[in-house]
Ligand binder design. Structure first.
Ligand code: TYM
Length: 334
């Protein structure tokens, strides 16, 4: 019998979730649950690489778990868990550190960006971040990792570390592939369509949060930057309109060609209004469902406890194998 392929992905519970995270990540995950063995993690250890307020981090962790569920991730089908609840992540990351080079880590684009943005807190965790991410993936022998384009470089590093380890110690890790959606792989800022949509943007009109209400969403799209000309069509010199076409297509469940056809005779103002409506219609029910789920923290705690147990069982199998390969004695019960 064919074994199902294993999928693993994660998001940091570090505050606002944008429609970029939704379209680039969670939305794709939901449809993979039937076909694959899926593990969806909250990368809470990763958030500590930038300063977090502890009470806020706890609240954000509940929020993101509720959002996973509200977006259709089903704990009966997939394993939903917190990275920090499965100690094997930190343990494997230590061992992978011994095959990772400072040169390759300091070359990572995101590391350089974050050093520039958090100059007052350049810590080892920030540099080591991709090694922990590699541990997340390799522990579960994941075949496929669905991510947005900004994480591609980290996935390439994961593959390099896995191959290096396998070469040195013998076949241990499966080499994972990235899955990057064609349309949602990079959603751009509504104010500067050359830049990634990011929750840390100082201009609040640049991103749409999954927590924004309908009025706010409509206002943000009304103010979205478009390009010269008046046609609704994708083109390299029309980054603003191209981004809006992508966003509309994903929320309306249409192809980009259908979207261009639909707005053939529309002006930019009408187009932006319709994009806003489509986004609001998608975000609103998710927001309500998230708030409903959040009102029962006991349920979330239970679900995360059971997710951690299931994840740990799989993770520990790989960790035992790794310990053996490198020459650490197996842990036996006293
Ligand atoms: P994070 O939390 O920054 O982002 C979560 C996911 O959202 C995608 N994304 C976007 N996609 C399209 N357009 C955008 N504007 C946009 N912004 C964000 C990201 O590509 C990502 O897929 N290190 C990871 C979390 C992580 C992880 C892992 C992911 C930890 N361990 C193992 C996969 C596998 C991160 O910080 O993602």
């Amino acid at each position: 019998m064919d074994q199902k392929k294993v999928i693993l992905s994660g998001i940091q519970p570090s505050g606002i979730m944008t429609i970029g995270n939704y379209l680039g990540a969670i939305k794709n995950w939901g449809v993979m649950q039937d076909e694959y063995d899926c593990l969806f993690m909250l990368a809470d250890l990763h958030t500590l690489t930038v300063k977090q307020e502890p009470a806020r981090l706890r609240a954000n962790t509940y929020e993101l778990t509720a959002l996973y569920l509200a977006c259709g991730l089903d704990p009966e089908k997939s394993v939903l868990f917190l990275q920090s609840h499965v100690p094997a992540h930190a343990e494997l990351s230590w061992i992978l550190n011994t095959v990772a080079y400072p040169g390759e880590l300091s070359r990572m684009t995101q590391f350089k960006d974050k050093c520039a943005r958090h100059a007052d807190n350049i810590n080892m965790g920030l540099m080591d971040y991709p090694v922990l991410m590699a541990a997340d993936i390799l522990l579960y022998q994941a075949d496929v990792v669905p991510i947005g384009i900004d994480q591609k470089q980290h996935l390439e590093l994961t593959r390099d570390l896995a191959m290096r380890f396998n070469n040195r110690y013998g076949d241990t890790f499966k080499i994972p592939e990235a899955y990057i959606g064609k349309v949602g792989a990079k959603i751009y800022s509504l104010q500067d369509p050359e830049k990634k949509m990011s929750k840390s943007d100082e201009n609040l009109n640049a991103f749409v949060s999954m927590d924004d209400d309908t009025d706010t969403i409509m206002r943000k799209f009304k103010r979205a930057v478009t390009d010269s000309g008046s046609e609704v069509r994708r083109a390299p010199d029309k980054p603003g309109v191209t981004n809006l076409i992508n966003i509309y297509s994903l929320f309306a469940g249409k192809s980009v060609e259908e979207t261009e056809k639909e707005f053939e005779n529309a002006g930019y103002a009408e187009f932006k209004r319709r994009v806003g409506e489509a986004v609001a219609a998608g975000v609103e029910p998710i927001r309500r469902e998230k708030d409903r789920i959040l009102s029962d923290k006991g349920y979330i705690d239970k679900l995360l406890a059971s997710g951690a147990e299931r994840a740990a069982a799989a993770a520990e199998r790989t960790l035992r194998k790794v310990y053996k390969k490198v020459g650490l004695l197996p842990r036996v019960k006293a």
